[in-house]
Design a protein around this ligand. Structure first.
Ligand SMILES: Cc1ncc(C[n+]2csc(CCOP(=O)(O)OP(=O)(O)O)c2C)c(N)n1
Ligand SMILES: [Mg+2]
Length: 577
């Protein structure tokens, strides 16, 4: 488009079109009526939600499955404040969400008018870029910049728009922001990595979220096969390496795969691809301090900020993991063309996997009870998923347990709350995933507590907007993950940890116009999942599972809790016995 006369609302909407945006998630508000009015004619679907948090989660989920920036919008003040938690989830997930945040009008700002709050500070630490449109004429330029930064810094951005700046006249040339290629990083770093890897006896690859985002699975696989290097997924990224591959060990981290953790424990060189190696995913698990402190470390990431952040490495490379993996494999072939496959290592990986699978099976099969043993349930529902299923996962004890069961062959299939760890993530994210990948069954998995935070209300959104996501609610009548802390540290004194008298979420779903199913026996689970997928309707599976100390998995933050110490007499009975 050459320069044309248009309004700022038109400039914004035309920029969305140029960026390939087809959906805007939000709740209607006077602050952006003028732009909203254009969306249908622009071919952009406005997707109204029940709470703005879900709008930002949906944009995040959609961005994660499509790899393209996605948007949310809301009313200035309270509507935009409702984005904060979800934007932070997107920030730590490196997800390109562009939040369009109308704010109080420029002439009234600072007077304490209606719905007024400075909207920049609240996103300062959860965006990679934020800008306030300071002149209506700059709408297209600054909107394009918000997309440029979201794409190239791979994270959420904020375009803050005083509400009167939707009106006026501008002259604009509309075009999409460029995507800048990074390449494989510096050649010196690649050479140093090749040298280290060739000396290694037991290299192990950590495939992080960046592998999925960069579409680097094939390159990582070729590298792994050349080296006979086992591959572990970083925590909550079970979709970064095909689970059925002979070298795939599963995820390290909380409730992950013991095979992966025992394998990385033996590494002499770790090749960390697209991961910050944060504490969330490298802390001891199952009483196993598995991180190989003495191993050499090669870390490649496109984001310079995460290099060396959590672990000191021997070689850093700031590059695209896809290009880096391909070029590293090519260089290794040149340096050692006749390297043979390491059969002993392959056999070791197979042995570790067999041991772990047998142990997990032992935890998961014995019970036939109703309500179900949670692990038995997780085995059944994960087994019933088709290969192309996308699963969004929440935070909680059950949401963590499933890390050992969720297996994926492709990328962009595991969409989790990651290190922001907010209960109430899964359902909103699933709405966006489904719109981004309509052909894939999308499952939102969460506990009953998390479901109450935001999933429940958003079933209305799924029905109204005909977005057939399937919620699985692990109903154990407790905030299990936190209850486990009260079990282990507070002598089973439960404060706020129980959820008595839960309603039947299946019936509630039916009332809201969705399909509702209630399962309480393992034999019902597979059929329920298959029926839900076949129905093509929004569906809620209320799964009654056992809770309490006999079944809850170990707490995650054991490292961060102390046993209680009380000095005042009135609290003396609360001392650890
Ligand atoms: C928004 C938010 N509030 C509170 C917490 C603290 N928290 C972490 S896990 C958890 C319990 C989750 O319970 P539920 O969703 O029922 O799953 P369960 O642990 O029972 O499987 C809570 C309250 C959190 N992570 N996020
Ligand atoms: Mg629960």
């Amino acid at each position: 488009m050459s320069r044309q006369k248009m309004t700022p609302s038109e400039a914004l909407v035309e920029t969305l079109i140029a960026e390939g945006v087809q959906h805007v998630f939000g709740i209607v508000g006077s602050a952006f009526m003028d732009a909203l009015d254009l969306l249908p004619a622009a071919g952009i679907r406005f997707v109204p939600v029940a709470h703005e948090q879900a709008a930002a989660h949906a944009a995040d989920g959609m961005a994660r499955v499509t790899g393209r920036p996605q948007t949310c919008i809301g009313q200035n003040g309270p509507g935009i404040a409702n984005f904060v938690s979800a934007m932070t989830a997107a920030y730590w997930a490196h997800s390109p969400v562009v939040a369009l945040t109308p704010e109080a009008g420029s002439m009234g700002m600072g007077l304490g008018g209606f719905q007024e709050l400075d909207q920049m500070p609240m996103f300062a630490k959860s965006t990679v870029y934020q800008v306030r449109v300071n002149q209506p004429q700059r709408m297209a330029e600054l909107a394009r910049r918000a997309f440029y930064m979201a794409k190239n810094l791979n994270g959420p951005t904020q375009l803050n728009i005083p509400r009167d700046f939707f009106y006026g006249v501008c002259e604009d040339d509309i075009y999409p922001a460029p995507m800048i290629r990074r390449g494989a990083g510096a050649m010196e770093d690649l050479e140093a990595a090749a040298t280290l890897v060739l000396e290694a006896k037991a290299p192990v690859i950590v495939a992080g979220g960046g592998v999925s985002q960069a579409g680097a699975q094939a390159e990582v696989q070729a590298l792994a096969e050349y080296l006979t290097a086992p591959v572990v997924n970083s925590s909550l990224h079970n979709d970064t390496f095909p689970a059925s591959h002979a070298l795939a060990c599963g995820p390290i981290g909380y409730c992950g795969s013991k095979a992966a953790m025992r394998t990385i424990q033996k590494a002499d060189v770790v090749i960390a691809l697209g991961t910050r190696l944060g504490p969330f995913g490298t802390l001891p698990q199952y009483d196993m301090a598995y991180w190989p402190e003495d191993a050499k470390l090669i870390q490649c990431d496109t984001n310079i900020e995460v290099l060396g952040l959590a672990k000191k490495a021997d070689v850093y490379s700031c590059g695209d993991v896809k290009a880096f993996s391909a070029l590293l494999a090519k260089r290794l072939h040149e340096l050692a063309p006749n390297r043979a496959a390491d059969e002993a290592r392959q056999a070791d990986v197979e042995r570790e996997k067999e041991i772990w699978e047998a142990e997990l099976e032992g935890w998961s099969t014995s019970s036939q009870s109703a309500p179900m043993h949670p692990r038995r349930f997780h085995k059944e529902w994960t087994r019933a998923l088709p290969a192309n299923a996308i699963v969004t996962t929440d935070i909680g004890n059950n949401s963590s347990m499933i890390n050992a069961y969720l297996k994926f062959e492709g990328t962009r299939q595991h969409v989790s709350a990651l290190s922001w760890g907010n209960c109430g993530f899964a359902y909103g994210a699933a709405l966006g995933c489904k719109l981004g990948a309509p052909e894939a069954p999308v499952i939102a998995f969460q506990g009953d507590g998390a479901y109450g935070i935001s999933g429940l209300a958003e079933v209305m959104t799924a029905v109204r907007e005909d977005i057939p996501v399937i919620a699985i609610v692990a109903c154990n009548n407790e905030w299990g993950a936190e209850k486990k802390n009260q079990i282990d540290f507070y002598d089973e004194r439960y404060v706020g940890a129980n959820l008595p008298d839960n309603p039947d979420y299946a019936k509630l779903a039916e009332d809201m116009g969705a399909l509702g199913m209630r399962v309480d026996h393992p034999d019902q689970v597979g059929d329920a999942v298959r029926e839900a997928i076949a129905s093509g309707r929004p569906c809620v599976i209320n799964a009654l599972v056992q809770g309490g100390k006999d079944v809850l998995a170990e707490p995650f933050r054991r490292d961060a809790l102390n046993l209680p110490v009380r000095y005042l007499d009135k609290y003396a009975h609360l001392n650890t016995r």
